[in-house]
Design a protein around this ligand. Structure first.
Ligand SMILES: Cc1cc2nc3c(=O)[nH]c(=O)nc-3n(C[C@H](O)[C@H](O)[C@H](O)COP(=O)(O)OP(=O)(O)OC[C@H]3O[C@@H](n4cnc5c(N)ncnc54)[C@H](O)[C@@H]3O)c2cc1C
Length: 539
């Protein structure tokens, strides 16, 4: 069976030239995850919106495929949860973490308010929270269709080349863009579009980030995800995200050879297709030559056995020359958010162009949709949208930058409840699960065993990860409980060595060395968490 082939269906574009003759209240650069949703919600609130996207055909990317329950709830608040329908999306009930022979389930929590899924829900009583996983391209096309369906949105297929600046103040007055030839009746030469406010949501490789943020604010890449599609995989935990940790035996000492493979993530994309994302360490993209045999040698032994046949089949097909089966990689970037509105007037960044975190916890879209909820309330017009009310101060005057920048400042702080939790959790969990030193291995063991305790030790972290009950304080609390539990385990759990293959509890005479080790482990925990937390507090 061939993997999902990208459909040739394009979302129709407005005539680019005709569209350039009007002035808009808001111009949005990029009809991706956030741009499409913002265009819809701001237009439904009464704003006139221009949405410019360089390619309106179905994207074929390995990003944005698993939406946390907190992201589904945000879509519901915006009144557009129907965009998850009709795309063969698969319900996701939580995670399962695999580590050698051991595994631990991390189900999403029950909440008082059910999602009320009309298609494919698995929660028997409707209270069980679910996420959704799907083909990114199919979901994006649904979001774009939704945006195009709003009377207030003008959707144009064009590549934005530059921001239109006021000669005197340098403020942004709109943009210039080169339309696709099919969207103008004449030559596709650059056109000028004017708007009171320009929202830049052009994604992780943002072309305009440099123009709005200081030079020291740039993405940090520690690893890449290599993606492949498994066909009819025999999953140990269907309807769950599988997080597979990279060392086969949790109780054996760390290997002395450097391992470039971090955690492996597996989740369903559709009824017959499953995504596998393999974390490969390094700031440079892994070369695709010899990648398939390398992955076969280094990943096979950590996988649950039932997945291995479909993994090998996918690797074999990746070298067949058929581009549908090729191995693809994407950088896993970290970019803390930066306050905006003070330097450049008339425009601001949102989505991945402003803020990124490791995709291990699948949080990017959830952050984006929660931002859409906040921004619709703060910058919207005079009509409520879904469950979002008009701001009690009334719609902001988009031509008064003082007023707009005040709301952007509010947004910077209000988004932290969800965004900071997801950002910090993703970076901290990646450091632990992708452990590449001895102290991190101790924390990884502690974290795994903490989950094994069950109860609050699972419910707390998963309510943060799912963005259902985000609280930075709660995150801090659980992280340091994991750190102390790791140290407790260091003193109490049997350790396997060459002399004691069955494991032996630490002896009293080993305690001084273990005390030194504990200090190092605690220090490592601080080094993992505190800089990321600090970066969230940029003023
Ligand atoms: C490997 C990987 C896996 C991920 N998996 C998940 C996951 O499972 N769950 C999750 O929640 N998040 C995931 N993420 C993160 C998620 O994909 C992003 O957070 C999300 O897509 C950000 O949305 P955005 O709107 O900012 O950018 P995008 O969705 O990338 O949209 C940007 C849009 O701008 C357009 N554009 C760019 N430049 C121009 C231009 N000059 N002119 C016109 N248009 C332009 C692009 O064509 C694109 O349509 C993952 C990220 C990575 C790297």
């Amino acid at each position: 069976m061939a993997p999902h082939t990208i459909s040739t269906n394009k979302i129709p574009s407005a005539d680019a030239k005709v569209a350039s003759s009007t002035s808009y209240e808001i111009a949005i650069i990029g009809a991706g995850i956030l741009g499409s949703v913002l265009a819809y919600s701001l237009a439904e609130s009464g704003r006139s919106v221009l949405l410019v996207e360089r390619d309106l055909s179905e994207p074929d990317r390995i990003v944005g495929e698993l939406l946390q329950p907190g992201g589904c709830v945000a879509l519901k608040k915006l009144g557009i949860d129907d965009t998850l329908q009709g795309i063969d999306a698969v319900p996701c009930e939580g995670y399962k973490v695999f580590w050698g022979q051991q595994e631990v389930a991390i189900p999403y929590p029950q909440e008082d308010i059910g999602m009320g899924w009309s298609e494919g829900g698995v929660g028997a009583d409707g209270r069980k929270q679910e996420g959704r996983s799907f083909h990114h391209g199919r979901f994006i096309q649904n979001l774009r269709k939704k945006a195009a369906s709003s009377a207030g949105v003008t959707l144009v297929e064009a590549t934005v080349n530059d921001l239109l600046r006021d000669d005197l103040s340098g403020g942004v007055l709109g943009l210039t863009a080169t339309p696709k030839s099919s969207t103008t009746n004449s030559d596709p030469s650059p056109l000028t579009y004017r708007a009171h406010l320009t929202i830049i949501v052009d994604g992780c490789m943002s072309k305009f980030r440099r123009q709005l943020l200081p030079t020291h604010v740039s993405p940090l890449v520690r690893s890449h995800f290599v993606g492949l599609v498994l066909e009819d995989a025999d999953l140990p935990a269907p309807h769950h995200g599988h997080v597979i940790l990279g060392k086969a035996d949790p109780s054996s000492p760390p290997s002395s050879t450097p391992n470039t493979i971090g955690p492996v993530l597996v989740y369903q994309l559709a009824t017959h297709e499953t995504r596998m994302l393999i974390d490969v360490r390094g700031s440079k993209a892994p070369s695709t030559a010899q990648l398939a045999p390398y992955l076969r040698d280094n990943v096979t032994h950590v996988l649950p056995p039932s997945i291995v046949p479909s993994f090998h089949q996918a690797l074999d097909k990746s070298t067949s020359g058929d581009k549908n089966y090729r191995l693809r990689s994407m950088p896993n970037s970290f970019l803390p958010p930066y306050p905006q509105g003070r330097d450049v007037q008339g425009a601001f960044l949102a989505g991945d162009s402003l803020n990124m975190r490791h995709p291990l916890t699948g949080g990017g879209m959830t952050v984006a949709f929660n931002d859409a909820v906040l921004l619709t309330g703060m910058l919207g017009g005079n009509k409520p949208v879904g469950e979002i009310k008009v701001d009690s101060r009334g719609p902001v005057d988009l031509q008064s930058w003082l007023d707009v920048s005040e709301r952007l400042e509010e947004w910077h702080w209000e988004r932290k409840a969800v965004a900071s939790c997801i950002n910090v959790l993703a970076m901290a969990l990646y450091s632990l699960f992708g452990a590449d030193d001895e102290n991190l291995e101790v924390l990884k063991t502690g974290c795994f065993k903490y989950f094994e305790l069950g109860g609050e030790c699972i419910a707390g972290p998963v309510s943060l990860l799912s963005a259902l009950r985000p609280s930075p304080f709660y995150l801090f609390y659980h992280f340091f409980r994991v750190a102390f539990y790791s140290i407790w385990i260091l003193f109490t759990e049997p350790v396997r060595t060459a002399e004691h293959p069955k494991g032996r509890k630490p002896q009293v005479w080993e305690y001084p060395a273990l005390t030194v080790k504990s200090v190092q482990v605690f220090w490592t925990a601080c080094v993992v968490l505190l800089p990321v937390l600090w970066s969230e507090g940029q003023m």
